[in-house]
Design a binder for this molecule. Sequence first.
Ligand code: ADP
Ligand code: ADP
Length: 229
Amino acid sequence: PPKLEVRNISKTYRRGGNALTVLENLSLSVPELEFLVLLGPSGCGKSTLLRIIDGIESCDEGQIILDGQDVTGQTGHGRGMVFQSFELFPWRTTLENVAFGLEVGGMGKNERLEAARECVDLVGLSGFENAYPHELSGGMQQRVGIARALAIKPSILLMDEPYGALDVQTRDLLQDELLNIWEREKKTVIFVTHSIEEALYLADRIILMSPRPGRIDRIIEVPFARPRR
Ligand code: ADP
Ligand code: ADP
């Protein structure tokens, strides 16, 4: 069975008298351990789809099936999300930010901090446990974001243009770090980007989302063998 199934998802944003359909009867299936990239121009609905998969955005129709379970409209069931803008709490340290997702899980404080420390090590931030976000570079802040997503031991990692706010050198570095983590930790990844270059470098398989005026109803699968730098 696939790791994740997106079944017939439709989504229309309504605001005042306006309606914008961004996803129409969209389905896709993600096998275990795949590194899937959703590629498409800005505004085509990539982020909406990822947020629906994560459960932080509702959909009008369809189901999200993770590990055989219907998780439509629910958050916190095995999905770790990484955002373009990092979304760290400025008044929390690296360790506290990473441990945050574990607070809802009912773990004791020491256990949480221990689990967080492992993830901080995993992203190469040992020594920065007690730093606050403003003391860290952009790349380091996003490493915290990745550690936080990994801390909940997600069965799938969802990444929404995670390197879009970083300079090119930092982006290249974090791409390589991510591929290492992906291989070592054996995760299924869905990675959203509008960069063809980034998609070609990271993906096992690229799903190209094609925009039509006001909606998407087509995805093109491009099977791809990853080139290495
Ligand atoms: P992408 O991630 O591909 O750039 P998005 O999913 O962010 O695309 O957005 C798809 C379309 O939906 C865009 O036209 C965007 O302006 C619109 N949109 C996104 N979020 C909302 C919202 N909360 N309310 C209304 N329109 C939205
Ligand atoms: P970024 O952190 O944005 O990826 P750099 O890797 O160039 O950019 O880091 C900026 C500064 O922070 C450099 O002085 C670098 O030595 C330091 N730094 C970044 N990551 C680490 C790390 N894991 N351990 C120690 N120092 C680091």
